[in-house]
Design a protein around this ligand. Structure first.
Ligand code: GTP
Ligand code: MG
Length: 441
């Protein structure tokens, strides 16, 4: 055995035994059987385990935020029921999203969670770490990180054909053309690891999966220190709408600066402030309590989803003229004079709406160059959502996850639910309000 390799392995063993439990693992040098077994045995000294995940590339920002809740509840349960290991969730960087098309604001890939969310708040629910921190603390060889296994979740097409669903978790052949990993050597797969070229995996398996996230527990073998679940959107919520769901959701406070920008806008343009609006909240989400006494600023907020919704969901999306009629009726009923509009509409559509509502004050958030460059499309969307979440009354777009996230925030802030679960009606004969997912404390 080469002497330097022997010393390397000894050092690793020493690390595993004497190092803090936080960060060290034995790395198995490839091609050295005897030593690698020793190293593998000692790797059990460290209890730190990492869950990583990714989502189907076309999925939008707001569904991805929901997938986080599913995974966070999963990790919480692992910590409670599988306490032998220290489970950690690695936050997949944001980027390459279909809707994030603004130009001249710098790159919109590889964005850390801290840009949008308050990571210390997330940490009060489960241990999470940004990808760049994971890459610093996970062992690498020559700057390359080799993850233990990737499970690519895939639907059971048969169940979708028959409509008969039952729990399934089976290693299967990978669906043709859908897998973004390639074997390039013994124990080595490349692929789209959040855009990092220096990450590979030792193994990739496709998993026909139907069921909730907790069903994935059986795929976590003790020997795997790092497990990736790709297409995590396929795993369903364990307890959708339950207390666990809402606790995880409440931990998703936004980056403080985004609240400050939204508050500034509320104060200057909407005459809205927490004290008078009865929307004051503790800084620590864990101290927040259930209530239905929030009043909100004296404005109606509208989430007017257009663009792809005009094609994909034309039935449930009104014309601008019809939207204006619905809004007028509501403003009269509520005796409000001001509308805040969050929208992805073209400017002509926004101007058209203003034209139909000449007797009212209509405003939208226009980000400064600083805000655009720093927080990008995702941050601007969150600022819009925050402003909507503090309004006296909210009207959303049917089945938009962007709208759902606003509704959840309003439930957390403590509005009476009839001011929240409202939508613009489209051309449908019967305009149902859709699900009313009230908070559970
Ligand atoms: N700033 C801003 N952006 C918006 C608004 N509405 C939509 N967007 C953009 O469009 C994206 C919405 O896409 P998704 O997050 O997929 O939500 P959705 O398309 O409404 O819902 P799904 O049908 O479930 O995908 C956001 O992430 C924003 O980039 C809005 O009111 N304000
Ligand atoms: Mg979408």
């Amino acid at each position: 055995m080469p002497r330097n390799l022997f010393i390397f392995c000894l050092l690793l063993i020493a690390n595993c035994i004497s190092g803090s439990e936080d960060s060290e693992f034995c790395v198995k040098p490839d091609g050295v059987e005897v030593e690698s077994k020793k190293c593998l045995a000692t790797s059990n000294f460290s209890k730190k385990r990492y869950i990583l995940y990714d989502v189907n590339p076309p999925e939008g920002f707001n569904l991805r935020r929901d997938v986080y809740v599913r995974v966070a509840v999963f990790v919480k349960k692992l910590l409670e029921e599988n306490g032998e290991f220290d489970w950690n969730l690695v936050l997949p960087p944001w980027g390459n999203l279909y809707h994030w098309r603004s130009k001249n604001i710098g790159s919109q890939v590889g964005l850390p969670w801290g840009l949008f969310f308050d990571v210390s708040s997330l940490r009060k629910y489960i241990p999470v770490l940004e990808m760049y921190d994971f890459m610093k603390e996970y062992p690498s060889i020559g700057g390359e990180i080799s993850l233990d296994i990737v499970y690519v979740l895939q639907n059971d097409e048969e169940m979708f054909k028959t409509g008969k669903f039952k729990d399934k978790n089976e290693i299967a052949d990978c669906a043709k053309g859908k897998v973004r990993y390639e074997k390039i050597g013994k124990n080595k797969f490349t692929g789209n690891f959040w855009g990092y070229l220096n990450i590979t995996a030792r193994d990739v398996k496709c998993l026909t999966f139907q069921g909730t996230t907790s069903g994935l527990t059986k795929n976590l073998q003790p020997i795997f220190r790092s497990v990736v679940f790709d297409h995590m959107e396929i795993a369903l919520h364990d307890f959708y709408g339950s207390k666990d769901y809402w606790t995880a959701r409440r931990s998703m406070r936004y980056n403080q600066e985004l609240y400050e920008i939204a508050n500034e806008f509320r104060k200057n343009k909407l005459n809205s402030a927490d004290l008078s609006d009865k929307t004051e909240r503790p800084t620590d989400w864990k101290k927040e309590k259930g209530r239905r006494s929030a009043l909100g600023g004296s404005y109606l907020a509208l989430h007017l989803r257009r663009r792809d919704f005009l094609i994909g969901r034309s039935e449930s999306v009104p014309t601008i003229e019809n939207a204006a009629l619905q809004l007028k009726k509501k403003l009269e009923e509520l005796k409000l004079k001001t509308i805040f509009v969050a929208t992805d509409a073209e400017n002509e559509e926004y101007e058209e709406l203003k034209k139909y509502l000449e007797d009212y004050i209509i405003t939208k958030f226009i980000p400064s160059e600083y805000v655009r460059n720093k927080f990008k499309d995702g941050g601007i969307a969150i600022i819009d959502q925050i402003i909507c979440s503090y309004a006296r009354y909210f009207i959303g777009t049917h089945e938009s996850t962007f709208t759902f996230r606003i509704q959840e925030d309003r439930e957390i802030i403590g509005f009476p639910s009839n001011t929240t679960f409202n939508r613009l009606c489209g051309k449908e004969k019967k305009c149902s309000q859709g699900g009313k997912w009230e908070i559970v404390w």
